[in-house]
Design a protein around this ligand. Structure first.
Ligand code: EPU
Length: 420
């Protein structure tokens, strides 16, 4: 197991290039199941979650080849329909295989993803929608077994917007009989990226990026070539890091349009931000002002940047309030931040933060993907010898070379093996 060591106190300077979006690449890989052929994907990030998705899909008989930075996905021969527990337990996004398998083969058996560190995360909306489309679903021995002759279009209204739920049902609907209308859909850029891939495959989809998506089922699809959008959460993490460390960095290969909510909050905190085309510059303020945030589905402030923003508020001037409305347990980083000197009180889904002049280095433990990033950010500004972030396997699920990118921006940060 690895740990990350940080000697804090250096302002970040220079340029960083953002990788492809994990949460777009995962459903897009799953979409390759929908039709036989050779799909070509650009900008697929090198992450453990992507490896897990490829390992499950390889069990179905799908082959992968890397050629000149591209990923070729050969879905000509599919031999299996089962996503086993030992792989699904490490990555909840495996549920994204349910829609495409049902659409292409009329059957799937997928281990039921359990709860995870940030909340219970049920999948009832996925299952209810597939049932409305004619699937017969049963839950036995920890597995979801789904059967359908031909899925049929349906009118589906999600109780609350669900990102993977919207994606799963979009994929189930592209070859269903008739029209599917999804209301109260998720509007995240990753949903739009999947819709773009599906249109490239010949699907008839309209309204993605709004709360009503209309899908007219088509008889068949074709293979496609697609470039995955850049990771807005990775870009956002660097933006916060620049502001926190009083740095001055340029973030390349990102999509400023997808980061409006964060830009607005960072400007209120005193950062200077400019952007054009696919690049954002962030200069940190001398004094970080306190700013309240509330996580909301896109285009609101993303839950996936809440922990990182809280890390910055720990050294802001005055009091701030962070409200988490998406996941019920996404404050587990708080006890680790407190070990570094943060003053945070939790009351239900609200965290009240009293900014401190300084955080202090300490050994801390990552509890989930975004919590890992939050602790690294805290380490970048911590006073003292060194911060050690343990259980870094969480980080490797969703950030490509994060510590190398920070090092290139001037941070004193490296990875070490933990010898037990
Ligand atoms: N929900 C239900 N029932 C469902 C589906 C969702 O009650 O059937 C609830 C969830 O428990 C949650 C809310 O609805 O309270 C929204 O959850 P959503 O389904 O949108 O989350 P998700 O699709 O499981 C994706 C990302 C997460 C990100 C959330 C919110 C992927 C692979 N994962 O999860 O990413 O936090 O949307 O934006 O796209 C991460 O990358 O670190 C991460 C956790």
């Amino acid at each position: 197991m690895d740990k990350i060591i940080i000697e804090g106190g250096r302002a970040l300077k220079g340029k960083v290039k953002i990788s492809g979006a994990k949460n777009a690449a995962l459903p897009i890989l799953a979409a390759c199941i929908l039709t036989p052929g050779l799909h070509v994907l650009e900008n697929v990030p090198r992450l453990n979650d992507i490896k897990t998705m490829k390992r499950i899909m390889a069990k179905f008989g799908i082959n992968f080849a890397k050629k000149q930075g591209l990923l070729e996905v050969n879905s000509n021969n599919v031999l299996g329909f089962e996503a086993p527990y030992d792989l699904v337990k490490t990555m909840r996004a495996s549920i994204l295989l349910l829609g495409p398998l049902l659409a292409r083969y009329g059957r799937a058996r997928i281990s039921l993803p359990g709860g995870c560190a940030i909340g219970a995360r049920p999948i009832n909306f996925h299952l209810k929608a597939l049932t409305a489309m004619g699937a017969d679903i049963s839950l036995n021995h920890g597995y979801i077994t789904a059967q359908a002759g031909k899925l049929r279009g349906a009118n589906i209204s999600f109780d609350i917007p669900t990102v993977t739920g919207t994606e799963n049902i979009m994929m189930a609907a592209v070859m269903a009989q008739g029209q599917t209308i999804l209301r109260n859909s998720a509007k995240e850029p990753e949903v739009v990226d999947l819709a773009n891939m599906l249109r490239g495959m010949g699907a008839d989809i309209e309204g993605d990026g709004t709360d009503t998506i209309t899908i007219n089922g088509v008889k068949e699809l074709r293979s496609a070539r697609h470039k995955i959008i850049s990771d807005r959460i990775e870009a956002g993490t660097f933006m916060i890091a620049a502001a926190m460390t009083k740095g001055d960095i340029k973030i390349d290969a990102c999509c400023p349009e997808n980061l409006r909510a964060l830009m607005d909050k960072l400007e209120h905190a005193g950062a200077t931000i400019s952007f054009f085309d696919d690049c954002i510059s962030v200069k940190g303020p001398d004094i970080i002002e306190s700013v309240d945030i509330k996580t909301i589905p896109y285009p609101g402030f993303p839950s996936d940047l809440q922990a990182q923003f809280m890390s910055m508020m720990c050294i802001a001037k005055g009091w701030s309030m962070v409200r988490e409305t998406i996941f019920e347990n996404r404050f587990i980083h708080v006890s680790e931040l407190r070990r570094m000197g943060a003053n945070i009180e939790i009351n239900g889904n609200q965290a009240l933060i009293r900014g401190q002049e300084q955080l202090f280095s300490a050994p801390v433990m990552a509890t989930d993907l975004r919590a890992s990033a939050c602790l690294i950010l805290a380490g970048l500004v911590a006073n003292g010898e060194r911060t050690e972030v343990h259980r870094i396997y969480h980080l490797d699920r969703g950030y490509e070379d994060l510590e190398k990118k920070f090092k290139a921006l001037g941070a004193s940060i490296w990875r070490e093996k933990v010898i037990s």
